[in-house]
Design a protein around this ligand. Structure first.
Ligand SMILES: *[C@@H]1O[C@H](CO)[C@@H](O)[C@H](O)[C@H]1NC(C)=O
Length: 369
């Protein structure tokens, strides 16, 4: 996403927001009992509102859509809630960061890393009886602090884990009608890797050990903060596309901890070489023949040899794209400030469809199991 693009989007955002505010203002002035409408009954029915005010769509929306209150902005990365509609066509809840709506909020999203150790910044108790609290956390257990006192507090978990109440993930989309033949982008690099985090405390030993050995046998083009070669956001997908292989190495190894690192190359038209949970786990989400797993080889040297071999054999390389005939990847959002948009929009969509009672008792028993 280029910066011009970014500022255009931003402007569009401002216009949309302004339009929203203005139409709300109009709506409320029309809705006001002192005008043409008879005074509304104590609990106005959506229909009577509709008959009265013409621009009733949003009144309707607010009346029916569950309110989802984002208690804090995760990592202070703010975005426009209309992004859920724009990027994922999700529009079935009323997202807000207005704590003034707490008493009416059907759901409250609490971001794990922003919870203070003494729990003093949690939403107030007692909570309204209908209200559900959502625990939002996207890091792996290796990178999760056990803040005490979070048992019997939440109703739904929102995580990359497949067994979370609300799993968050970019997915490949199936199509019945075959896609048109995929044209592999032009390649001028063999293996690429973008690494921003190299902090040993985050569990990166395994991938670093593997990489140290691997790079003895094959040329790897490195990008990212860790290598002082920062890649501009707008260059992310084109750069990935220009590499035959991309190292989608997770920082720590956990079940289902398969991040956007694999989605990037799949979306760009590059073959991901993955390091993470076992191959079988990957195959829950992406086809077996769409990626190469480091565990498929006895050591780094044989993996390097295999990649060299594929580099010489266009036909064999091509086979890694057959899955695209009936599956379509979608690029994920790449700005750092967009990190939580998918999770929050996924939550919005889920709570609009599921209103069942639910409690999370032993959060950590589940998470660290
Ligand atoms: C939410 O969970 C809490 C504690 O786990 C529980 O006391 C409360 O009744 C639940 N509320 C709903 C609406 O599910």
């Amino acid at each position: 996403m280029s910066s011009t693009n970014g500022s255009t989007l931003c402007r569009v955002g401002v216009v949309v927001t302004l339009a929203g505010v203005i139409s709300m203002a109009i709506m409320f002035s029309r809705f006001s009992p002192s005008r043409n409408c008879p005074p509304p009954p104590p609990k106005p029915k959506v229909n009577s509102v509709q008959n009265c005010a013409k621009s009733s769509n949003s009144v309707n929306d607010i009346a029916e859509k569950p309110i989802v209150l984002l208690w804090v902005w995760p990592e202070n990365y703010r975005f426009d809630f209309s992004d859920c509609k724009k990027f994922y066509n999700i529009d079935n809840c009323h997202l807000t960061d207005d704590r003034g709506l707490y008493d009416e909020a059907d759901n409250v999203i609490v971001y794990h890393r922003d919870i203070q150790w003494d729990l003093s910044n949690l939403p107030p108790s007692p909570r309204p009886p209908f209200q559900r609290w959502l625990w939002l956390h996207l890091e792996s257990p290796t990178n999760t602090k056990r803040i005490p006192g979070l048992e019997n507090l939440f109703n739904l978990t929102l995580s990359y884990r497949q067994d979370a109440d609300i799993p968050v993930r970019m997915r490949l989309i199936t199509s019945k009608k075959p896609n048109k033949d995929f044209v592999i982008p032009k390649k001028d690099k063999l293996v690429c890797w973008i690494v921003s985090n190299n902090d040993p405390s985050t569990g990166v030993d395994r991938r670093n050990d593997f990489f140290r050995e691997f790079r003895k046998y094959i040329r790897v083009t490195l990008f990212g903060k860790a290598y002082a070669r920062f890649l501009d956001y707008k260059d992310y997908y084109p750069t990935l596309a220009s590499c035959k292989f991309y190292l989608a190495f997770e920082n720590s190894i956990h079940k289902d901890y398969i991040t956007e690192k694999i989605n990037g190359p799949l979306a760009a038209g590059t073959v991901p070489v993955v390091l993470g949970p076992p191959r079988r786990n990957y195959e829950n989400f992406v086809p077996a023949e769409s990626f190469i797993h480091v565990d498929d080889f006895p050591d780094a040297k044989s993996l390097a040899e295999y990649l060299h071999q594929l580099d010489r054999d266009d036909n064999a390389y091509q086979q890694y794209f057959n899955w695209r005939k009936h599956l379509t990847p979608s690029p994920h959002l790449i700005l750092q400030t967009q990190e939580f948009i998918l999770a929050i929009c996924t939550a919005c969509d889920h709570v609009a469809r599921h209103r069942e009672y639910k409690e999370v008792h032993d959060l950590y028993d589940w998470y660290f199991r």
